[in-house]
Design a protein around this ligand. Structure first.
Ligand code: GDP
Length: 296
């Protein structure tokens, strides 16, 4: 399960704090040093950790906390609030365009879980009454087209493909036209992933973006890869501009770093969390619930 080690550490730190009656400035400082180490070990971005601890210190070392009857509890409350803030405060819903169809573009590195997540998202939207169309724009790997057809079939959502002989941007345009004709009010484009970020891939994504002007570009990143996931997000955001992040594999034993840093580093919200391989294993990302889970 994700965050186990981080949760254990937080619980240790907090139980020491709770045992003390009054807290000295030194007690708080020591506890925050432990918090800092725990977050760094969880692979949270260094700058993010530094600011996080500084913000807590400023709030915790003050009259209100030190002189309260339960200073330990107060510090825990502050840590909780700052964790929620770090992950974006409120959940961030998908937006829909005024004109149908709403187009979402899925981007990400190969293996991150993009194709699976595309289907998960379509399944969710279908459940809420939308009529999605999936679009296979990864023309470099025939297996990717097949995979999208398979997962589309599992959720009973149509998949638009033109094989691997056309340009992705032309496939996307044709798909949107077809959606209009067939009453599909959401189009989700599965773009090609590469093993690493490369200029050709970014160029192709920019071309699709400029030609179809998607409502949202959603970046799928693998939470297991920790800070790498955050670097990928920063890179995609700088080059093509993203609207939100979907974190996958939060069911694995991820240490938590990406969930805690990606928002602060990119200033883009985490919209969904994926928690398993099944096509129903997707949930809206709630910063508050995630903070509670991390704190245990
Ligand atoms: P893509 O190359 O980015 O399109 O990645 P895929 O969708 O093919 O997924 C790569 C692998 O990750 C597959 O084996 C998926 O079943 C798996 N996967 C995707 N999302 C999750 C998740 O949330 N949890 C787990 N445990 N596995 C996932």
């Amino acid at each position: 399960m994700a965050f186990e080690s981080l949760t254990d550490k937080f619980q240790n730190i907090f139980s020491t704090l709770k045992k003390k009656g009054k807290l000295s400035e030194q007690d708080v400082k020591l506890a925050l040093r432990e918090v800092k180490l725990a977050l760094l070990e969880a692979d949270v971005n260094f700058k993010v950790v530094k600011k996080f601890v500084k913000d807590i210190r400023e709030r915790a070392i003050g009259h209100e906390v030190m002189e309260s009857l339960t200073p330990g509890q107060q510090v825990i409350k502050i840590v909780n609030e700052e964790l929620v803030k770090l992950m974006g405060e409120e959940k961030s819903d998908l937006t829909f365009s005024k004109e149908s169809p709403t187009v979402y573009m899925m981007v990400g590195l190969q293996g991150a879980g993009k194709t699976t997540t595309t289907a998960k998202l379509a399944g969710n939207l279908k459940k809420s009454g939308k009529k999605p169309l999936l679009v296979a724009c990864d023309v470099y790997r025939p297996a990717a087209i097949k995979q999208l057809q398979v997962v589309g079939g599992q959720i009973d959502v149509p998949v638009f493909t033109m094989g691997d002989k056309n340009k992705p941007v032309d496939i996307a345009k044709a798909a949107i036209e077809s959606a209009g004709k067939n009453g599909n009010n959401v189009v989700i484009i599965d773009t090609a992933g590469r093993l690493h970020i490369d200029e050709d891939m970014m160029g192709e994504l920019i071309e699709i973006k400029e030609n179809i002007n998607p409502q949202e570009i959603l970046l799928v990143v693998d939470a297991m890869t920790g800070q790498d996931a955050v670097n990928v997000a920063e890179n995609f955001n700088d080059k093509i501009g993203i609207d939100g992040v979907i974190l996958t594999k939060l069911d694995g034993d991820t240490r938590g770093g990406s969930a805690l840093s990606v928002r602060a580093v990119t200033n883009k919200p985490i919209k969904f969390a994926c928690i398993g391989e099944k096509l129903t294993d997707i949930e809206v990302f709630h910063p508050e619930r995630m903070a509670s889970r991390i704190l245990g």
